[in-house]
Design a protein around this ligand. Sequence first.
Ligand code: ZN
Length: 188
Amino acid sequence: MSDNNGEATPAPVEATPAPVEATPAPVGGPNSGTIRVGQGFDVHPFSEDPDRIFVLGGVSFPQAQGLVGHSDADVAAHACVDAILGATGLGDIGQLFPDTDPDLEGADSLALLARASDLLADAGWSVSNIDCTVILDSPKLAPHRIQMQDNLSEAVGAPVSIKGKRTEGVAGLAGGVQCHAVALVVAR
Ligand SMILES: [Zn+2]
């Protein structure tokens, strides 16, 4: 029989300290208080189709020439979507709402903006505000500006401002309507 009574030679005490673990990457969203800015731009050309309705900021202008687009072609809503997605790195409007999706044909872009805002909220962000500049000669925005701002603000859940700018005769700008948007978002 063996005379070691089953005792194994004790393992030498390890002097090497346990490796220090790297600080894990934060999960579940951005750090609270993080502020980001995002920029969005959209343009749609005027349509020859007399049945297309011009929609801007959720307001319909039945007397105006409509814009070409898969959805309702609301450039203000689309620029706002890209601004908030850009600020948060959550993609862009084409990824979220592809113009090949038959379900989005003629879609109400305010609803798309609300869905994008919900996506931000789920990711831990809230929109502080969005400022838009729409470039067009007609129709006149001033009589409907408050309504457009109210519509967009309700969809986003934060203040959205709209400013109108004429093309000033610059070649190429009068063939459609453009919108630039800048958004500020904050991590909750
Ligand atoms: Zn668009």
